[in-house]
Write a protein that binds this ligand. Structure first.
Ligand SMILES: NC(=O)c1ccc[n+]([C@@H]2O[C@H](COP(=O)([O-])OP(=O)(O)OC[C@H]3O[C@@H](n4cnc5c(N)ncnc54)[C@H](OP(=O)(O)O)[C@@H]3O)[C@@H](O)[C@H]2O)c1
Length: 342
């Protein structure tokens, strides 16, 4: 396992992060995503720690807190030194029926962090993400509250998921002006079938020296190799019931064809090629992998040993390229005449 600095911090994380969205399975969409209970969680966590992965991702909303509870208990059961791990969780999603059991108000951020710590059986969270946009809470309130929660010692670093680039820049500016803690990383959906973050998000991360953590690098399993034009349902697979994140399937099948050809030449699975591609892209710090069992987890960990040649990368780039969008194409066109003439 290789390790990277997390953005502009001194914190070191493994190039794979283990996502725990498959833990629990209590109700709603969570049942489709994964129903792994304590024994299964402990088995997966042992594989994770033995592989050298030190970065674990959960969220308050995953199975309504059950994922955090199972993760915290597994660390105790396995006798893992909590201080060898970087534990990330999130706040934003609805955690109860009350008016204030949701969002990024100061009230909910403080209440949610206390509840997460209790479920995790920990005294601090290493990385707290805002899990998405709260259209009702002013960005000033969010950033001041995040700064204050860091000052309590309950949270070490703050980071962001799923916000538009302009809002991230606004938040960084407000935090900078006030001398508050700033986001250190960005967690966004990124896979060969969804390269949208290359337009605005990755450029912000590179410019601001923020870490990038791709989620759903297999597009929720769609890019694992088990879905083909002939096999639209894989059986006992979450996408059969919960078709998320959105995928342009016609385009994805073309991408899968190219991955299968490259995988065959290297004798590795389509899933490994998909994960290797994400790992090798510009600005990527740690790819958040998901797994429903140890076989999947081991295959996904093995992807860190897969290398892609310039020719492989070009083939994958060509078949998965984004369509040009304005103002991107105009920026590219106008930037061309700023090259130094030889
Ligand atoms: N911040 C956010 O908004 C956000 C959103 C989503 C996820 N996340 C984070 O990102 C993590 C990963 O997301 P994800 O679970 O969607 O990742 P993913 O890698 O796109 O999908 C994982 C799923 O694909 C299938 N799979 C995985 N490896 C496989 C393999 N080698 N062969 C065949 N099938 C395989 C499994 O489901 P089946 O067996 O059921 O097909 C597994 O649960 C989550 O756990 C969570 O921590 C964050």
């Amino acid at each position: 396992m290789k390790y990277n600095f997390l953005g502009n911090t001194g914190l070191v994380v493994s190039e794979l992060c283990f996502g725990t969205m498959t833990f629990g399975g209590s109700g709603g969409i969570w049942e489709a995503i994964g129903k792994i209970k304590q024994d299964g969680v402990n088995d997966l966590m042992k594989v994770v720690v033995d592989s050298g992965i030190n970065f674990i991702d959960t969220a308050n909303v995953y199975s309504y807190g059950e994922s955090e509870t199972l993760l915290g208990q597994s660390i105790k059961d396995l006798g893992i030194d909590r201080n060898e791990l970087v534990i990330a969780t999130k706040v934003r999603g609805r955690m109860g029926q009350g008016q204030n059991n949701v969002g990024l108000s100061r009230y909910h951020i403080f209440q949610s962090v206390d509840a997460s710590l209790k479920r995790l059986q920990m005294d601090h969270i290493d990385v707290l993400y805002v899990h998405g946009v709260d259209p009702k809470t002013p960005v000033e309130e969010i950033m001041r509250s995040l700064n204050d929660i860091v000052l309590t010692g309950k949270v070490r670093y703050i980071a962001v998921c799923n916000w538009p680039a302009w809002m991230v820049m606004k938040a960084l500016g407000i935090a900078d002006k006030n001398g508050w803690n700033k986001f250190v990383g960005m967690q966004y959906y990124y896979s060969l079938s969804s390269r949208d973050i290359e337009r605005e998000i990755v450029p912000v991360a590179i410019d601001q020296n923020l870490a990038v953590f791709p989620w759903s690098p297999l597009a929720g399993g769609f890019l694992s190799g088990k879905y083909t034009r002939a096999t639209e349902k894989a059986g006992d697979s979450r996408r059969d019931i919960f078709d998320f994140p959105p995928v342009n399937k016609a385009k994805a099948y073309d991408i899968i064809d190219v991955m299968a050809e490259i995988g065959k030449a290297q004798n590795v699975s389509v899933a490994e090629i998909a994960l290797a591609w994400v790992r090798l892209q510009k600005g990527i710090t740690s790819t958040i992998i998901g797994a429903k069992n140890a076989d999947q987890l081991n295959a996904n960990i093995k992807s860190t040993t897969v290398e892609l040649s310039a020719d492989d990368l070009k083939k994958l780039d060509d078949v998965s390229a984004l369509t040009k969008e304005y103002p991107g194409w105009m920026v590219e066109r106008q930037g061309a005449d700023r090259a130094i003439k030889s």
